[in-house]
Design a protein around this ligand. Structure first.
Ligand SMILES: Nc1ncnc2c1ncn2[C@@H]1O[C@H](COP(=O)(O)OP(=O)(O)OP(=O)(O)O)[C@@H](O)[C@H]1O
Ligand SMILES: [Mg+2]
Length: 452
């Protein structure tokens, strides 16, 4: 990402003016999108103005009101120029994926004009009623996800993706950035308070297992706060916080050493949300054996429901090939559940995981442990590529899962990842469900057509 920003700025420097482009930083919360905007402005020596377009519903907030209205005000861009007192600030539009629309107009469409380098030389604010040149402004937008950004708006932007951090990265950020800043803010000297590396690592793994570093920062702050109390009680004794002290400072860890669910019918999938990557256990179970049937729970979206249907049809029509009892589904009412039940989920990438869970109960055999998978499944057993490979790999690492199954078509995405993310992982690439089967159950499927 840094390279990408340096290239972008180099281009501008070469030409003599940084403009004509709009950056969009997209990634999970707390990975530093807003902070990067600040840093870019600092590095360029420009003024910085930030506003959030999240929940904005009124076009007038962008383009200003006509002055006939009571309480009329100029739009945000005029305010930005007024506040920063220059014509070339860095303006950050935060949370652009949460922009709204209502009867008062569609602010996203108003932004289209503003963010177009060809048109914003002549930006007209209704309140001022004079044309202004916004073309020298560097726009940086941030978002958690791309799906909800209106397509034409997305087209105008240069997308830079930020992904979540792994433990080692968080440790480095905590040591070099968060701790010095928190200590300084608390007016402490480095020698007065010390949290050991092992303790920071334990905080990361036991208490703050998110994609970004925001709750890590909060927890470090909490430790420091409690440390200060001790420091006041015994001013001559520096406070040293080790792993064994964490329970007294922070209470019970929120996450235990990962014991992923296991057993027959339980398979770990890899998911990707606006909050970053996550692992997701999918469970299948046979409820009773008097009639045929299939039931699905877990707040699934339409696409995911369809994936489940596909997995069910695929597995039940191919049971013979996968060496299960061919009549199993004729005499089983099967329930497929995706925890956690309260979180809505969607997307096609759990197809292979669901099929494996169903196959596992039909074969009455648990799949290989310490394994996670992702991939869209078609009715004929092809495995199609999915998005968010990087986030998913990071999520697997966070849960200490070292065996992965990814779609063959995602091989390139995986190989592009930096070595420190790939280290210690065994990845199997699957073109067809047969390949997944071999990894999960350790033997080859029978030959034969997919439909019998
Ligand atoms: N790579 C990093 N190095 C140093 N500090 C970081 C890094 N990444 C994040 N932080 C710190 O994490 C905190 C949260 O970052 P920031 O507010 O920029 O997140 P964000 O990506 O804008 O999140 P959101 O999507 O919720 O708005 C800040 O205090 C920031 O300094
Ligand atoms: Mg932000």
């Amino acid at each position: 990402m840094k390279d990408r920003i340096v290239e972008f700025l180099a281009e501008g420097t070469f030409k003599g003016e940084v403009s004509g482009s709009i950056l969009l930083l997209v990634g999970p919360p707390g990975v530093g999108k807003t902070s990067i905007g600040h840093s870019v402005a600092d590095a360029l020596g420009r003024e910085f103005y930030r506003f959030s377009v999240g929940g904005m519903r009124d076009e007038a907030e962008i383009k200003g009101h006509r002055r006939t209205y009571i309480g009329a005000m100029p739009g945000k861009f005029v305010q930005a120029l007024k506040d920063s007192k220059v014509s070339n600030p860095v303006i950050m539009l935060d949370e652009i994926d949460k922009i709204g629309a209502s009867f008062q107009g569609d602010p996203a469409s108003a932004l289209l004009e503003t963010l177009d380098p060809e048109q914003n030389r002549e930006f007209l604010d209704h309140y001022l009623d004079v044309r202004m040149d916004l073309s020298k402004v560097l726009f940086i937008c941030t978002a958690n996800q791309l799906d909800t950004i209106p397509r034409p708006l997305l087209d105008r932007m240069d997308v830079i993706r930020l992904s979540g951090y792994i433990t080692e990265e968080k440790l480095a950020i905590a040591k070099h950035h968060l701790m010095p800043r928190l200590l300084k803010r608390a007016g402490l000297l480095k020698k007065q308070m010390n949290i050991t590396d092992a303790a920071i690592k334990q905080i990361i793994e036991g208490y703050a297992r998110e994609a970004g570093v925001r709750s890590l920062e909060k927890l470090l702050h909490k430790v420091i706060r409690k440390g200060i109390v001790r420091l006041l009680e015994k001013p001559d004794e520096p406070v040293k916080v080790g792993v064994s002290d964490l329970q007294t400072y922070l209470g019970q860890p929120a996450f235990r050493k990962e014991k992923s669910l296991k057993g027959t019918g339980v398979v770990t999938g890899l998911a990707w949300t606006a909050m970053g990557g996550a692992t997701l256990s999918i469970e299948a179970s046979r409820i009773h054996s008097s009639q045929r049937g299939f039931k699905l729970t877990g707040q699934l979206g339409d696409v995911m429901k369809e994936s489940a249907e596909i997995a069910y049809s695929f597995v039940s029509s191919n049971l013979k090939r996968f060496k299960g009892d061919p009549t199993f589904f004729d005499k089983s009412f099967v329930h497929l559940h995706v925890p956690e039940g309260a979180t809505p989920k969607d997307g096609p990438s759990a197809g292979v995981t669901m099929a494996t869970a169903l196959l596992s109960i039909a074969r009455r055999e648990s799949p290989q442990q310490n394994l996670a998978m992702t991939g869209e499944l078609t009715l004929t057993g092809q495995v199609l590529p999915v998005g968010g490979i990087r986030e998913k790999v990071i999520a697997a690492r966070r849960q200490k899962i070292s065996n992965l199954i990814l779609p063959e078509a995602n091989r390139g995405d995986y190989e592009e990842l930096p070595d420190y993310l790939k280290e210690g992982l065994t990845v199997n690439f699957a073109k067809q469900y047969n390949d997944v089967f071999q990894v999960c159950f350790g033997n080859k499927p029978r030959k034969g057509s997919s439909v019998h």
